[in-house]
Design a binder for this molecule. Structure first.
Ligand SMILES: C[S@@+](CC[C@H](N)C(=O)[O-])C[C@H]1O[C@@H](n2cnc3c(N)ncnc32)[C@H](O)[C@@H]1O
Length: 288
């Protein structure tokens, strides 16, 4: 029997809880977007054993939380899942049995060339699966277009290009996302081994969740999804098992909320990238 809980009681909350337990309490078909960055099973230390399972157990666990999460998605909802080449084939085959696969996005972490693997090729990317529950999935392309620089605009000045919408509004992002991983010196960086760049999560949130819609992130880490939602007028529900990371997320959210309170004239929606650029060294940026 579906649970009788109201989604409003979970919205804009970080919960120090196992995502599998927490998500069971959410009403079905109440979520606009899932952004999931689960343990990759590479043996990382998150203060728990979540990244150190036997392969079979890891895949069974993945299927379990994915099935639950998908049941919480609205019929026009979608899902992004971070993975590595090691397990993405199995995970994507499973997801394709339940959803429509829209993209395999390659996140090029811009790893510099310094040695690397000697018996095979050095792996420098993460794989992101983008799936939708139906053909009617929400997708706001205009919110994530990439403006052409003046030089390119000039190069497209032949008469056949004049007045073309795409030249004015910018091009649509491709499936290769080249964004530097977060270095220790980066202003955004928290004390967590696998924090994702805000820029990547903001793109997902803007493209695939309407304003005031709800984003579910089962594996909060440093709370990047919650911050992306705050910056872009979306709501969030997110879980983190580790109590120390949980405290870190609350502090991060508080810092960001204070920043907004102290800067009431700052643009919120769609301009958060500009806002970050003013605060941070130019270490990264999408080029695709
Ligand atoms: C890959 S990290 C997420 C990083 C995050 N995207 C960020 O940008 O900071 C995965 C996180 O999931 C947490 N975790 C692992 N198993 C969990 C579970 N069953 N429920 C909730 N959180 C869990 C880990 O402690 C870890 O912090």
């Amino acid at each position: 029997m579906p649970n009788q809980n109201k989604i409003s009681q979970f919205v804009d909350k970080v919960l120090n809880q196992d995502a599998l337990e927490g998500m069971q309490l959410l009403p079905d078909e109440s979520i606009d977007l899932i952004v999931a960055d689960p343990p990759y099973n590479l043996g990382k230390d998150y203060g728990n054993d979540s990244d150190k399972q036997e392969s079979e157990a890891f895949l069974r666990w993945t299927e379990e939380w994915l099935s639950l999460a998908i049941s919480k998605l609205k019929p026009n909802g979608s899902l992004y899942i971070f993975a590595t080449w090691r397990y993405s084939p199995e995970i994507f085959v499973f997801l394709k049995s339940k959803m429509i696969m829209l993209n395999e996005i390659i996140w090029d972490r811009r790893v510099p060339s310094m040695g690397g693997s000697t018996r095979r090729y050095s792996s420098v990317h993460d794989t992101i699966g983008f799936f939708a529950k139906s053909k009617d999935h929400y997708f706001d392309l205009d919110s994530i277009r990439i403006p052409y620089d003046e030089e390119t605009k000039k190069a497209r000045s032949r008469s056949i290009f004049v007045g073309k919408k795409w030249l004015e509004v910018g091009y649509n992002p491709k499936d290769l996302w080249s964004v530097s991983r977060l270095h220790r010196i980066h202003a955004e960086r928290e004390d967590h081994p696998t924090q994702k760049p805000l820029e990547i999560i903001e793109r997902m949130v803007r493209a695939s969740c309407p304003e005031n819609g709800i984003v579910l992130d089962p594996f909060a880490g440093t709370g990047t999804t919650a911050i992306a939602c705050l910056l872009n007028k979306r709501r969030y529900i997110t879980y983190e098992l580790n109590p120390e990371y949980y405290e870190m997320i609350l502090k991060r959210i508080k810092r960001k909320s204070n920043f907004f309170l102290e800067s009431p004239s700052l643009p919120v929606n769609g301009d958060s990238k500009k806002q970050q650029d003013n605060q941070m060294p130019l270490l990264f940026g999408f080029n695709s």
